[in-house]
Design a binder for this molecule. Structure first.
Ligand SMILES: Cc1cc2nc3c(=O)[nH]c(=O)nc-3n(C[C@H](O)[C@H](O)[C@H](O)COP(=O)(O)OP(=O)(O)OC[C@H]3O[C@@H](n4cnc5c(N)ncnc54)[C@H](O)[C@@H]3O)c2cc1C
Length: 427
């Protein structure tokens, strides 16, 4: 059987020791079968185990093989859509519930790291950087909006203050969220997997779910085994393929690329980001960056609709990095990699049930490190019969991409081109 390794990345090269996990070669019974060992699957598994469920996780490749082991590592709270847009779409009551939850994912990560002593270079502090006065005005109104939902920790940064936290001349101001921050994403996933196993959960790697037999007692088939469960959680996100055709129609895998410089040394690293906060700018096609534990700059940006892997990632991302930090012109790029996230048309997560016993959460459209941790909690609540928060997500409307499977990629790329142009022209 094929053995899928981690893609080459800085994270794979600096991962904490990874135990060998077997492929499923048997028939097993469990309370909950989780498909996918990224943050959504692992967070769900952990909350379920903590609540007395028996859990079996099936992972097609390795723990954290997908976006969870490749991302920018930025703990960005809230959703990929502003809460006022959500409010206009779903009304004040549902928006209130979603707004209340918007900063919970960051807290869950910190609780997990502390409780299970996960070594993942956790740092506090995330900055949203404004490139134009219009973007700064948007941050100001976002801050006021979040305060209405009781989230009062956000701090606006004027041009002088933002220079103190990031040595980039492009920004006119920004907003600091000390409940944001950053992590080594693969080590977070590996630590969560170890926590799952410490509570009696079982994780099978190299065990893709290839078929789901639906019904009162559903069965998930892998190439060499099967899992009979009371419930199934589908958490394969952008790597799920067509296992559940209902889910594929309203979402689209997209690639995004990341580079890691050589280690910069303490002095240069501190000169770029003195407080070691992570930064993302406010463009639609945004750039994001941060320092690693060993003082490299991780820089991400760019989207490839339809998730084709670009031939030369460094050629796409390095110019973006040099635009922000021309002082890095002689710095070597040690790693470059790509990963897939799942886009929905509304940019809001796609959550729901198929029948009584198959649950899913996917498609958080780029900002998923915190949301996926929250999703695990909300899914576990729903399986325990407390579905109010789950339903707040499940009731979000979703629509198929225009153009269907064939034309959705060029249509989405056209949309992104338009928004990219708006970013460049500043309107
Ligand atoms: C390059 C990149 C940078 C990003 N940067 C950030 C960031 O800085 N901050 C942020 O908030 N978000 C970021 N994101 C988004 C974030 O990483 C994702 O939203 C999040 O990790 C999704 O987690 P997940 O568990 O839902 O999916 P994934 O982590 O993709 O996990 C899905 C898992 O399911 C497995 N799987 C799929 N199908 C099957 C099957 N049939 N059987 C068994 N297993 C299966 C896959 O192998 C995979 O391991 C980034 C994404 C990418 C790609």
């Amino acid at each position: 059987m094929a053995n899928t390794p981690y893609p080459e990345s800085y994270y794979a090269a600096s991962a904490n020791p990874v135990p060998a996990r077997p492929a499923l070669q048997d028939d097993v019974e469990t309370d909950v079968c989780v498909i996918g060992a990224g943050y959504t699957g692992l967070s769900s598994a952990l909350f379920l185990l903590e609540n007395g469920f028996k859990v079996t996780v099936l992972e097609a490749a390795k723990v954290g093989f997908g976006a969870s082991g490749r991302n920018g590592g930025q703990i960005v709270n809230s959703y990929s859509r502003d809460i006022d847009v959500i409010e206009r779409s779903v009304g004040p009551q549902q928006a209130q519930l979603l707004g209340n939850m918007a900063f919970e994912g960051g807290r869950i990560i910190r609780e997990r790291v502390a409780k299970y002593q996960i070594q993942c270079d956790l740092k506090d502090g995330g900055v949203f950087a404004a490139l134009t006065a219009k973007q700064m005005g948007h941050l100001e109104s976002q801050k006021r909006l979040w305060e209405r939902f009781g989230h009062t920790q956000l701090e606006l940064l004027d041009q002088r203050r933002i220079r103190e936290v990031v040595a980039c001349e492009e920004y006119v101001g920004g907003m600091l969220d000390m409940s944001g921050g950053h992590i080594h994403p693969l080590n977070l996933a590996l630590g969560e997997a170890a926590a799952v196993e410490s509570l009696g959960g079982v994780i099978y790697e190299q065990s893709p779910a290839v078929r789901i037999e639906r019904g009162a007692s559903p069965v998930v088939h892998t190439p060499q085994g099967k899992v009979r469960a009371k419930f199934i959680i589908v958490a394969g996100n952008a790597y799920l393929g067509n296992l559940v055709p209902e889910l594929a129609a309203k979402s689209m895998p997209c690639g995004t690329q990341v580079i890691a410089t050589e280690a910069l040394g303490d002095e240069l690293a501190r000169s770029l980001l003195p407080q070691d906060y992570c930064v993302e700018d406010c463009n639609y096609l945004l750039d994001y960056y941060r320092l690693t534990g060993d003082k490299r700059l991780i820089f991400g940006g760019g989207v490839v609709y339809g998730a084709r892997d670009p031939a030369n990632i460094e050629a796409i991302i390095r110019p973006k990095m040099l635009k922000a930090f021309p002082q890095l012109k002689d710095v070597k790029i040690d790693y470059a990699w790509t990963g897939n996230f799942l886009l929905t048309l509304s940019r809001l997560p796609q959550v729901g049930r198929l029948g009584d016993n198959i649950y899913y959460s996917q498609g958080c459209s780029g900002h998923g490190v915190t949301y996926t941790h929250l999703a695990g909690k909300v899914l576990a609540e729903a399986l325990r019969g407390q579905a109010e928060r789950f339903d707040a997500f499940a009731d979000l409307p979703h629509y198929p991409f225009p153009g269907g499977q064939l034309l959705r990629t060029p249509f989405a790329a056209m949309g992104a081109w338009y928004y990219g142009l708006r970013d460049r022209l500043g309107f």
